[in-house]
Design a protein. Sequence first.
Length: 580
Amino acid sequence: MLPGGIADKLGNRYEAKWLVRKLIDVLLGHATYLHFEGIGSEHRGFEFSVVVDDVPQWHQAKVSTNSGNWTVGRLRTEGVLQAFKSKLEATDGDTCHFVSQDTANTLRELVDRASRASSLEQFQAALSNALTKALRELSECWNVDTEQAFTWLRRCAFRTESEQAIEEAIESHGRICLAAPRKEIFALLREYLERSMNRVLTTERVREELPKFGILTRQWNLDPTVKERLSAATAEYLASYPVFPTAAQIVRQEAFDAADELSDPEGAKTILIKGGAGSGKSGVIRLLIEQLRAHQITHLAFRADAFMGQLPDDIGQALTGECESPVTTLQRISEHSTAVLIIDQIDAVSEISGRDPNLKQFLLRMVSDANRLPTVRVVCVCRSFDIETDERLKALGSDFVVRHIDVLPLNWSSDVEPVLRARGVATSQYSQSQKNLLCSPLNLSLLLEVGDGEQPTSRTDLLQRLLGKVTRDIKRVVNPPWSIESALQRLALRMSQNQSLQAPLSCLAEFDGAAEVLASSNLIAITGSRANFFHESFFDFLFARHFINSSESVVELLIKDEQHLFRRTQVRQILEVLLT
């Protein structure tokens, strides 16, 4: 066996994972070919070479160093810099790549400044005293002058990749092209590589050979009906937010800001849209989806709270018809163009909600996977409170570049007052507190739907008036034998019991035709066999009305189960109703 051969390389977990990660690039067509463990002298000092955009890349990976930092001296001792010199000196355009869990801070900084400088003088001017000293040490190691060292640095890369990050990349990228469980992908490809030493592995060869090794590849072209499923799932998402016929069409700049970010090739891979309850987040997303459709950008939107308690593959099956993460499906269907995944109600699994940690893990994994894939972008929609209190949600921006977009209240003068005047609403007597109240899109929508000419005093007041109006309208047209509020409260009680914003339609069984009547009035939205209210605040309002008329105390409500955020909003609504 050759020194530094299979037993050394593939027996070493970190180096083997980096090699497999690059093999997946070849399989996906992101690299032309990979050559592992060549026996020629050109491979001395490198594990493998891979060609990307016609440029040969020579890779050396080492898991760590005792000091935790790869200095110039340490890399010189390990023979890495000498191997780099041999390759840089012998070729005109080849690049050299060093990868480790431990950082090579100094060399990475030198490479970064060399890559951004247009001349040697500009490069030297950008160096600190410490970096100048390191450049001198590197030049001595390579036995070249500063100008040559500057030129060679522009063809080097020093990357820090944790073993976990490489594992996640293997799983997320591997699922795009292999019909194998995530956790088996590394072992399968590693075995293939063990049988492929000293061979040039092109994209075509790997795709042809893997099935012969018992490794099934995916179809490179998805079923054309998948796009139809994405559209249907997104339409179902939009339908979960009923819009009153009287609702005003107000242009939200936040939607255009998000669309611009998604259209920018250099834009953030993840966008976090956040705001308070009733701030109009769903309206922003509705307008954003219109923009994505207009620009023919592939997209998929869903609510996290609609999949509580479900397995990851079940979620993919429900949304796309594929037993895989929606991120994987989007990447496969949009290999060369942007695709957008919108995850709404991600606060349903926030730390303080205490619900479905497995779903939370899956959602965060989707965000992580999308950031590692070339074409998929993610838009997460969440309440501001949860972003501020959930450490994992707050940390999203620490691993990836995240664009935060705050959904702000409407502007009274430019947004709200013109709408009210156009509807014949006299606003001259409105107090500042009433104006502030109506700068919430939800409150404005409620006022326009009620349309009784009365001035608003609170959101609870508006919800109460809406319930009265809808009750009168239903009785006039249908006059059901059951109480409208009783049917609504039955849904609210089931949601409270399950601490979920959805309830099975079966709980309305004794109210004949209630589901259709309530849905036609835009009070509920029906998705499959489940229903949700047009807004979470309506649920809180209905539950509070029922609770006040019951014999239960607030203390009893809180101590009968865990005090998650779900209960917090209910107690707040109970107190608000008591004050009106």
